[in-house]
Design a protein around this ligand. Structure first.
Ligand code: GTP
Length: 599
């Protein structure tokens, strides 16, 4: 059986430890791209946003042919995974399609919060783990201490560790040999009924829905009828193949393979990541285990800037959902913004990525409302409500008590920064529940914190007080009672429902002040004076004023140069497209976003 010569593996690591760079070296060694031509770095990071930010958001797969030292030919399927906490769901999906994982550790940083979190995920799925120490070319590399951490913190065998530099390529050959030696081949029988796990999908405007699968049992062939096990929808398979810097048609996929198929799927919602595909002619009895349902933790509404774009926005979100199974949404409407969608996200970075993808991939101009967590509100009459939208918040007089989600945060930091991190956690209403010395120099701080507090710039502040050294990971731990109020924002005396926020009473005033200040700088002057106020119930807690506008943009053109004048007016019109009329005030999209980023 040739599946003996297949190895399916992923690279897992803390953010920035070098996964994408290592993947580049693999691809280069395998001569999938010419090493002489201009090599684009981060070859698996396809999306513009990934390249610009230098982060991986989506897991990507690629097949690499490899001839081992003993002459045996292997087929390596590599899945690159993201490192940021918001995308750990992508990691879990990548892990489910592999037998082994390379656990990458930056030689100058050592083991960090997501190194541990990702390793536990790999262990849970019974993957063979090879520890890899990367960036050994750095002068600050500390290999002995990494080996100690591999043994002591991770409980892995330090003798198995492979030392590499993803930058120079040093050690990569040894790593290839370790992969074929230690990672087991896939099991599974070509003759059993087909069981293919859908681990991803994407929408391509020319080819339709491209479904990414890992074949666990049986064979998938062009011409056969595929059946989706969750709803029994059947589609004829038009094309099947593998990932090799793009799609390469092979006609069939066998047990153990990772690849794709196309089947002229019209109904996008038939496709669910985590579902099992089988064949209508010889269906499997039971589906594969699939994935845990993701629970969104941050909620926000998306509205088109131009209400006529609502239909298009609906289509864009449907298509995006194909490629991002963690996105959940339902219809929503607001007095200020019209019709839109209430969406659930895995974190603020996820929200930003969705926003950028909608704008770039679908060319739509949108506004997001202030993000919120989900609160549990118990009413005096005993009713219990789940509230994530400030617009749904009931009359406070009828509320008995409110609970908010808490997280257990694990922060790993060099001991020297503990003194700066503790006050930050306290300011964010954190309560310390543990402090563990991992070794002489590194400490793990464990905090119980309200999730709502880490949503707003906690991560950035943590990075800045620790000069980038502290790392952070969290899990939602449960709900605790809180003192919640709804803060409304009034622009020119009118409440703008899309700007309302649910906030902790103790920090409401400070927050109200920052929001008003932000808005007063973001909303352009208009022909009249505009008061901006924050209010709780009937009482105003903060206020700013935008003075009336006097100058005309074209005034400085002295009437002479017509074309320049026209250009200026065009520009002003462009700017207007991204404005939303609220009452008689124009609020730019930027203002809605700026409010999210208060610090
Ligand atoms: P995410 O995809 O965002 O999770 O990050 P990543 O783990 O893929 O890290 P990436 O490959 O983007 O590398 C992060 C940074 O480390 C980049 O600036 C790389 O150039 C650098 N880097 C990666 N490997 C090495 C190495 O072996 N040596 C040195 N000196 N730098 C490296």
């Amino acid at each position: 059986n040739n599946s003996q010569h297949i190895r399916n593996f992923c690279i897992i690591a803390h953010i920035d430890h070098g996964k994408s760079t290592l993947a580049d070296r693999f691809i280069e060694k395998a001569r999938l791209v010419s090493s002489r031509g201009p090599v684009q770095s981060q070859m698996l990071d396809n999306m513009d946003i990934e390249r610009e930010r230098g982060i991986t958001i989506k897991s990507q797969a690629v097949k690499i042919p490899y001839t081992a030292a003993d002459g045996t030919e292997y087929e390596l399927n590599l899945v690159d995974t993201p490192g940021h906490v918001d995308f750990s769901y992508e990691v879990s999906r990548a892990i489910s399609s592999c037998e082994g994982a390379l656990l990458l550790i930056d030689a100058s940083q050592g083991v960090e919060a997501q190194t541990l979190a990702n390793m536990y995920m790999a262990i849970e799925h019974n993957l063979e783990i090879i520890p890899v120490i990367n960036k050994i070319d750095l002068p600050s590399a500390d290999i002995p201490s990494c080996l100690h951490q591999i043994d002591h913190d991770l409980g892995l065998d330090p003798d198995m560790a492979v030392m590499v530099s993803a930058k120079t390529g040093e050690g990569v050959d040894t790593l290839f040999e370790s992969i074929v030696q230690f990672i087991p081949p896939p099991t599974g029988n070509d003759n059993s009924p087909l069981k293919a796990l859908i681990f991803d999908s994407q929408y391509d405007s020319y080819r339709g829905v491209i479904i990414h699968v890992r074949i666990f049992e049986g064979m998938l062939k062009e011409g056969a009828t595929a059946q989706l096990m969750h709803n029994n929808a059947a589609y004829e398979i038009d094309e099947a193949g593998v990932f090799q810097m793009g799609l390469v048609r092979t006609g069939e996929l066998k047990a153990g393979d990772v690849g794709y198929f196309l089947a002229g799927i019209k109904n996008i919602s038939d496709i669910r990541v985590g579902d099992t595909v089988t064949l209508a002619s010889n269906p499997a009895k039971e589906p594969l285990a699939g994935f845990k349902d993701v629970k969104p933790v941050v909620f926000s509404s998306i509205y088109p800037v131009d209400s006529n774009d609502y239909e298009e926005l609906q289509q864009a979100i449907d298509k995006l959902k194909l490629n991002d199974a963690s996105l959940v949404y339902e219809k929503d409407s607001s007095a200020a913004l019209g019709f839109g969608f209430r969406c659930g996200f895995l974190g603020l970075l996820h929200l930003e990525v969705v926003q950028e993808r909608i704008e770039r991939e679908f060319g739509l101009s949108i506004v997001f409302t202030s993000p919120s967590v989900k609160y549990i509100v118990t009413m005096k009459n005993g009713d219990v409500l789940n509230i994530d939208n400030p617009l749904d918040y009931p009359d406070p007089m009828r509320v008995d008590y409110v609970e908010e989600p808490f997280i257990t945060a694990s922060i790993i930091t060099p001991a020297t920064f503990v003194g700066a991190i503790i006050p930050l956690c306290m300011e964010k209403r954190g309560v310390q529940s543990g402090m563990n010395y991992l070794d002489e120099k590194r400490v793990e701080l464990v905090y119980e914190m309200p999730l709502a507090e880490v949503l707003f710039e906690f991560y950035d502040r943590l990075k800045s007080v620790s000069r980038g050294y502290a790392s952070f990971d969290y899990q939602v731990s449960g709900y605790k009672r809180t003192d919640l109020v709804r803060m409304d924002i009034l622009v020119n005396g009118e409440p703008v429902d899309a700007l309302s926020q649910l906030v902790f009473r103790g920090t409401a005033q400070a927050r109200g002040r920052t929001v008003c200040e932000k808005l007063s700088t973001e909303i352009p002057r208009q022909m009249f004076k505009i008061p901006i106020q924050a209010a709780i119930g009937g009482s105003i807690i903060a206020r700013e004023t935008i003075n009336a506008y006097r100058k005309d943009v074209t005034a400085k053109c002295y009437g002479g140069d017509i074309s320049r004048k026209r250009k200026l007016l065009e520009k002003q019109k462009e700017g207007k497209k991204r404005m939303k009329m609220v009452g008689n005030v124009e609020i730019p999209q930027q203002a809605f976003l700026a409010v999210l980023k208060t610090d």
